[in-house]
Design a protein around this ligand. Structure first.
Ligand code: ZN
Ligand code: ZN
Length: 223
């Protein structure tokens, strides 16, 4: 059984495996209690979480990672391009991808101390640092990881054989049904984001599960 856990502005996903669950992303700061409440509702013990994959090291995906990892006592996996940020607790804001968010980021960057305080997270030393695609079978999960840079240099997507893709912030779906593009409002490289979408479609992904907003069909990606 697959679960979605809403943690503030971000969704985490739990995928079942041979001997427990894979957790994808760990929400913003202060959401660990909500996470463990959700686990209890689903009848899952923290010890059943076998692996946490961090799609990228933004505050809204790693804010509660330290607290969640501590109780689950499981390894954390991340791309090497994000590993240093995570182990230093370093806050990075990517550029905006539209005029409004570009302006927002320019404003924010004028107040680095405020940004550090608002978006701070406890550092976590990752256990597995990867730098390419990875089959998760040895970890007990019928899925694989694909680097999909663009939102950040080390963004990862988890893809299942059934064609489901857990994409982090490679795409979002927060506007009402059918409205708006699936562009993340922030991102390093729009060309790479589009290339990532194309790759997912070409490999037969049917449904994208973003960290922000509802799942949507891959055919809707505006390519
Ligand atoms: Zn992000
Ligand atoms: Zn995010």
């Amino acid at each position: 059984m697959r679960y979605t856990i809403r943690l503030g502005m971000t969704q985490s996903y739990l995928l079942p495996g041979d001997a427990g669950y894979l957790l994808i992303d760990a929400g913003p700061r202060g959401r660990a209690d909500a996470f463990f409440r959700a686990l209890r509702r689903y009848g899952i013990d923290p010890g059943q979480i076998r692996l946490i994959i961090v799609t990228h090291a933004h505050f809204d995906h790693v804010g509660s990672l330290h607290a969640i990892r501590q109780r689950c006592a499981c390894p954390v996996m991340i791309h090497e391009a994000e590993a240093g940020l995570l182990s230093r607790g370093q806050v990075v804001l990517p550029p905006g991808t539209n005029p409004l968010t570009r302006r927002l980021i320019r404003l924010a960057n004028r107040h680095p101390r405020l940004i550090k305080r608002w978006f701070r997270f406890d550092p976590v030393r990752p256990d597995h640092v990867i730098n390419g695609p990875l089959d998760l079978a040895p970890y007990g999960f019928n899925a694989r990881i694909l680097p999909t840079p663009g939102h950040t240099p080390g963004s990862l997507t988890v893809v299942t054989p059934a064609g489901l893709a857990f994409v982090g912030d490679l795409a979002i779906n927060t506007l009402p049904a059918g409205l708006g593009p699936y562009w993340p409002p922030f991102g390093d490289d729009p060309d790479l984001i589009r290339a990532g979408w194309r790759t997912l479609r070409e490999m037969g992904v049917t449904t994208l599960y973003p960290a922000h907003g509802r799942p949507f069909k891959a055919e809707k990606l505006p390519l």
